[in-house]
Design a protein around this ligand. Structure first.
Ligand code: NAD
Length: 514
């Protein structure tokens, strides 16, 4: 196998690339409103109870209609995944790796089509969609290579008169619960890691982005994954999700989403049920309240650009998004002025239009929640940019900056998950670090400074799972930035890193007397 390299991004400014993207968008639009079946226990199912997914840029457009699983089908999904797990687990790693690489090739072939699904179902702009789809390809390629490594672990100490081995075995049947905000990358990442390691999976996608999940199921079929190695179990988190998490045959749960749901899943999974013969393993990657510190010795222009990109890219709906800018006293006013003018130039509107830097937020409910936080923010600081809805029939919001926010304020502490940035003044770098670490989360963070001593302190004292220095705090790349956070940001599983597959494997030590 060749060495892993990240998938290059398409440049939509090139007319020939844009022509392909537009053609893909027309193809996707032609499929709008289609019905999609469930895939459970190696067969398609229809329940007649439909979940409708909408285009957040144009909510009158129905992207897809999906048959929803009920309790009985959810039980069947996990029971069949459990029954098939030993068969799938006995396939050779090389066979599974080949399927993962085929999946990567298929997504690559359909890249603009996948981009277009992300633009229309998740409200991603083209460049954001392209990054998401490229990351999905990277996960397939990277975990395939990692599996080959675990298939041939380094030799153990050999005791005299013995042969001592370590082998990595799959766990069994797992439940995949991804969020809507990286509807392809996170879905593909967790699913491919589990499958390539030899586990069977039941995928329960977010109700906001079920069509993207259905398209990925097409890829799994075409890549040769056997019909019973995976199930697509679309349905409400509260109904289907609880059944899957609680089932005694569920061996592990891979969750990415909010703190509230993650903690609940962790608690439900911990409870032993009759017939259950293991402790369920839970990977829960959760929210963030990510800060960028701008030190007095920072390159101000690059700090302003990094903060604006991290806070407002994909409308602030990334777990890694910057929602707090902590700015050193001597440069605070200048930073705020420059940030204000930069934010004033950000364009908002339908995500399919290349001219827009920001598209819609995911739903009307999300928009209401974010507007509510903006109102709270008005009482906790001074709105210096944005502060409300943006025009259009989609769920558009203005990029909003609230300055002079105290560290105990709600908008400084709670994850808003929208285009809202709190700016806070720090007395000096020690104070800035204290403020940045004053949160129950610990996902990403960044520091802008040209002082090597300051950078050295940040490396040691900024307590986050992903620290970035003199660059934005979003855009983790598979292989280079293994991803996962501390504290309430989750279990720090480091997706896209060399240790990630261990979440889906159990090691068996064998000593043979010679
Ligand atoms: P969410 O918690 O609302 O939903 C996540 C998933 O859980 C969805 O598939 C949802 O249907 C499902 N779910 C909901 N209730 C459930 C239940 N009772 N049982 C089982 N499943 C249930 O989160 P979201 O709105 O989809 O995503 C946004 C959140 O995800 C933010 O908090 C963001 O920070 C976080 N996130 C974290 C990371 C990370 O790597 N740490 C990455 C992306 C997003």
């Amino acid at each position: 196998m060749t060495a892993f390299v990240n998938e290059p991004y398409a440049d939509f400014a090139k007319p020939e690339v844009w022509a392909l993207a537009e053609a893909a968008l027309s193809g996707v639009r032609a499929q709008f409103g289609r019905d999609y079946e469930l895939w459970i226990a190696g067969a398609a199912h229809r329940t007649g109870d439909l979940l409708t997914s909408l285009n957040p840029s144009h909510p009158a457009e129905v992207v897809g209609r999906h048959h929803k699983a009920n309790v009985e089908l959810a039980n069947r999904a996990i029971e069949d995944a459990h029954a098939y797990a030993p068969t799938w687990g006995q396939t050779s790693p090389a066979e599974r790796v080949e399927m993962a690489l085929r999946a990567a090739a298929l997504i690559r072939e359909r890249k603009f089509e996948f981009d277009a699904w992300l633009v229309t179902e998740a409200g991603k702009t083209w460049p954001e969609a392209e990054a998401d789809v490229s990351e999905a390809i990277d996960f397939c390629e990277y975990y395939a290579r990692q599996m080959m490594r675990y298939a041939e672990p380094p030799p153990l100490v050999q005791l005299p008169g013995e042969r001592d081995d370590l082998v990595y075995l799959p766990l069994g049947a797992g439940v995949m619960i991804p969020p809507w905000n990286f509807p392809l990358a996170i879905l593909v990442g967790m699913t491919m890691a589990a499958l390539v390691a030899g586990n069977t999976v039941v995928i329960k996608p977010s109700s906001e982005t079920p069509t993207i999940a259905a398209k990925f199921a097409e890829v799994l079929h075409a890549a040769g994954f056997p019909p019973r190695s995976f199930a697509l179990c679309i349905g409400s988190g509260a109904v289907v999700g609880d059944v899957l998490v609680e089932h005694p045959k569920t061996r592990f749960v891979s969750f990415t989403g909010s703190r509230e749901v993650g903690l609940r899943i962790n608690e439900l999974a911990a409870r032993h049920r009759p017939g259950q013969i293991w402790i369920k393993r839970v990977v829960a990657e959760m929210g963030g309240k990510d800060a960028i510190i701008v030190d007095r010795e920072a390159d101000l222009d690059s700090a302003v650009a990094g903060v604006a990109q991290s806070a407002f890219g994909f409308q602030g709906q990334k777990c890694s998004a910057c929602s707090r800018a902590i700015v050193d006293d001597p440069i605070y006013d200048e930073f705020l002025d420059k940030l204000q003018s930069r934010v004033a130039g950000l364009t908002v509107g339908p995500s399919e239009d290349l001219r827009n830097f920001m598209g819609p937020v995911i739903s009307e409910g999300a928009r209401r929640n974010i507007l509510n936080y903006i109102e709270i923010g008005r009482g906790e600081g001074r709105v210096v940019a944005g502060g409300g809805a943006a025009p259009g029939d989609g769920y558009f919001l203005q990029p909003t900056v609230i300055a002079g926010v105290d560290s105990k304020a709600r908008i400084f502490q709670e994850e808003i998950f929208g285009p809202v940035l709190a700016v806070t003044r720090a007395r000096d770098f020690s104070h800035a670090l204290e403020l940045a670490n004053d949160t129950e989360y610990g996902l990403t963070g960044a520091v802008y400074s040209r002082n090597p001593e300051t950078i050295h302190r940040a490396r040691k004292e900024f307590f986050v799972g992903n620290l970035y220095l003199n660059r934005k705090c979003t855009g983790a790349m598979v292989g280079a930035h293994p991803f996962g956070g501390f504290h309430m940001s989750g279990t720090d599983s480091k997706a896209g890193g060399p240790d990630y597959l261990l979440q889906f494997l159990q090691a068996k030590a064998i000593a043979e007397k010679l």
